[in-house]
Write a protein that binds this ligand. Sequence first.
Ligand code: PGA
Length: 248
Amino acid sequence: MSIEEKAVRKVVIAGNWKMHKTQAESLEFVQGFKAAVENADETRDIILCTPFTSLAIMSKNLHGSRIKLGAQNIHWEDQGAYTGEISGGMLTEIGINYVIIGHSERRQYFGETDETVNLRLRAAQNHGITPILCVGETKAQRDAGETENIIINQLKKDLVGVDQNDLIIAYEPIWAIGTGDTCESIEANRVIGVIRQQLDNKDVSIQYGGSVKPGNIDEIMAQPEIDGALVGGASLEPDSFARIVNYN
Ligand code: PGA
């Protein structure tokens, strides 16, 4: 993998706010953040994945800025009796371009399966929303030497009928999420290389996620296979996330 090959792929830095920030707190964040990323390298896509309740007001506030918005879930039907779910049309109406699908927290706590992940991926694309598909192994699976098999299997099931020209993938080892226990960048690079081998489109942007911080982003982004980051905790504070977007 050469630097030239990496250069054709898009760099995507996305913040995953999870269940953090009210509307007022979201607007307060962008006040400082907008100016801090204004001069960021223009080849970098910057995305904030906020809670549903903040998306509409953020969409108005960020109109005309280079910061894009993402949701954290999408249902596969356009409407219906699905209490607590949100449809693609509800997201596109307010200008949402991205959605995180298959995050390990949804798989772990909310019964998300590869089958529902697949349905959500296809629904997002049908609505013109680019999905960020999360895959990754648990600590026990890693210790048992199953990392590659688990991820290859997730990709096989998740990507049935999915257009690889409109897709971002995030490799998120579950043991590295929110733990401060980052995956070594060389190992993250290796696994992302394995993910790329499984794809028909080798130019899909593949992010690393799991305890990305201002202190390790430069090293992570120096890896040839890694095209961006999906950032949880360190995306909640404007200076910290701006430093990540402005990696060296
Ligand atoms: P973290 O979360 O950066 O807080 O580890 C990453 C994620 O869950 O996407």
